[in-house]
Design a protein around this ligand. Structure first.
Ligand SMILES: [Zn+2]
Length: 268
């Protein structure tokens, strides 16, 4: 089996994780810019982070035969300080031409605050100006539904964004349908015990179908499992899904969405 993990934070993972992912069949991954587990104090910290995402991490991945791509942004958790956020946004165009950058992400909302929404709108405008794909983070708290609606409204308000070029991640049972109905792509983020487990993700696939849907591990600095995608594939096999159905969500769908950026080149 070969698969793509389209949302994983490898800067927080060890070489052992790269090795295990390669052994499990990972051929490519995409890494959205996110919170590092602590707040960075200046835009220079982000400049270095963007260098890590565009220079250092692709080299580590290549050592295990995995193609590394990334997304750039200021994440919603660090967007409360408007002047810092705007300094970071001004750095992004310096990196957009790098060969592994696929678009703007993971932008979105965390606590659905006014400042988060302002910075979200400014980054949607940036994506529109540079014609970039968008990867969206939705809140993990109980107001996920409200946050998801606010984000979709902000994207539509821009007026210049094709929803087929936006992936809304961390969907759950109560948000997947409205996301797909409005023409966006949806991502299910798998966690070992909390939030969406591999078992729940397969339940969602069985209820809502497998069009415009992908699975990712989010593997980050906190409790998470970089092998979540192959584990969900095993769960699908256990329930009698065919190899073609498994490959559709673990390889074909992410490839179709990501290939809208011409830099994404994965065989098969
Ligand atoms: Zn993430």
């Amino acid at each position: 089996m070969k698969y793509i993990d389209p949302h994983i934070h490898m800067v927080s993972r060890t070489i052992d994780d790269y090795q295990r992912m390669a052994q499990a069949g990972c051929v490519a991954l995409t890494e959205p810019a996110f919170w590092a587990g602590f707040d960075r104090r200046s835009s220079e910290g982000f400049y270095d982070y963007f260098r890590q995402l565009t220079v250092v991490e692709p080299g580590r991945a290549a050592g295990y035969g995995i193609q590394h791509y990334c997304w750039l942004c200021i994440n919603p958790k660090e967007a409360e300080d408007l002047s810092l956020a705007r300094e970071v946004i001004s750095l992004i165009p310096l990196f957009l031409e790098r060969p592994n950058v696929l678009g703007i992400g993971e932008i979105g909302l965390n606590k659905n605050s006014k400042n988060e929404l302002t910075i979200l709108e400014e980054q949607i405008a940036l994506a529109s100006e540079y014609n970039e794909l968008i990867l969206v983070h939705t809140p993990h708290l109980e107001d996920k539904l409200k946050g998801t609606k606010l984000i979709m409204d902000a994207i539509k308000r821009n007026g210049n964004i094709d929803p087929g070029r936006v992936l809304i991640d961390h969907v759950e049972e109560h948000t997947v349908e409205i996301v797909l109905d409005q023409g966006f792509w949806a991502g299910m983020t798998l966690y070992p015990d909390t939030k969406c487990t591999p078992q729940r993700a397969v339940d969602i696939l069985e209820m809502y179908g497998n069009e415009r849907l992908w699975m990712n591990s989010a593997g980050d600095w906190g409790p998470s499992d970089p092998l979540s995608v192959p584990k969900a594939c095993n769960e699908m096999a256990r329930r009698g899904h065919t190899q073609a159905e498994i490959e559709k969500v673990s390889f074909k769908n992410p490839k179709t969405f990501l290939s809208q950026c011409s830099k994404f080149k994965v065989d098969g």
